[in-house]
Ligand binder design. Sequence first.
Ligand SMILES: NC(=O)c1ccc[n+]([C@@H]2O[C@H](COP(=O)([O-])OP(=O)(O)OC[C@H]3O[C@@H](n4cnc5c(N)ncnc54)[C@H](OP(=O)(O)O)[C@@H]3O)[C@@H](O)[C@H]2O)c1
Length: 268
Amino acid sequence: MEAHHTEAPAAAPTARPVVLLTGASSGIGRATAEELADLGYALVLAARRADDLRALALRLDASGGRVIAVPADVTDNASRRALVAAALAHFGRIDVLVNNAGVTVERGWWWDDPDPLRVLRVNLEAPIELTRLVLPAMRARGSGHIVNIGSVAGRAATNGLYSASKFGLRGFSLALRRELLGSGVTVSLVAPGFVRSEMTARARLPMPGPGVVARAVAAVLLRPRPETTVPGFYRPLVWLEQLFPALGDWMVQRLIWRRYDHVPRGPA
Ligand SMILES: NC(=O)c1ccc[n+]([C@@H]2O[C@H](COP(=O)([O-])OP(=O)(O)OC[C@H]3O[C@@H](n4cnc5c(N)ncnc54)[C@H](OP(=O)(O)O)[C@@H]3O)[C@@H](O)[C@H]2O)c1
């Protein structure tokens, strides 16, 4: 794993805060792009699906100046570096990094998946590496904000690899915030419960749309908080699960595994 401080080349500076948002091509990322564009932020949108990304950027800003699409694979070091370089080339600086791109093992058990560690690469390694790329300039300027999209599955264990990534991302976010206290750079974790997106398309649960998370991201940008869980009704559930782990066992088995056709098995 390698990262270097990328110097800003000459670029037309903007007075607007510049947000680099990963996973912008669908779900929570797309909703966050819409929300932040409405609020007047300058945006660098990243994801692999170039056509969807470009169409979104064009819809949000027909001028092409304030919202740009930069197709990128966040698991690839060269792609990450090119993404940051493109953002700097266009806007001259990055004020906010939103690490939203994420995947899960969608079907079946993670141990049956041919490459389960991709979940760690996208959900945990990529946010850490992107942070390493943008942090030196933020620290030098004495301002900046890293927003990581965690999950309720990072508090209440559900799916081995997904929870490993989101517990890890929570630890990274909360620790990094402390490491940066006094530096002018702040860190927030936004932890959603189930919301409607491509990731949850197969889950048969009542879910709000991704706008609830987009609004939470916008809120922490205005008033930074170490951590916030949305929708709010998951907050007591997380504490209940921690106080009564057996209740968590029951909830996860009944409400999540079965809803995903993920029926517990006896000995193999
Ligand atoms: N939906 C929920 O209920 C829920 C709950 C808790 C947390 N979350 C978290 O919210 C975040 C967004 O998920 P979502 O629900 O909006 O899911 P989604 O609709 O599947 O969106 C995932 C996004 O991540 C991008 N992505 C995946 N792999 C990538 C890669 N290698 N490089 C670049 N981009 C990549 C996808 O874009 P491309 O395919 O175009 O690359 C897509 O834009 C994730 O971190 C997820 O873990 C979701």
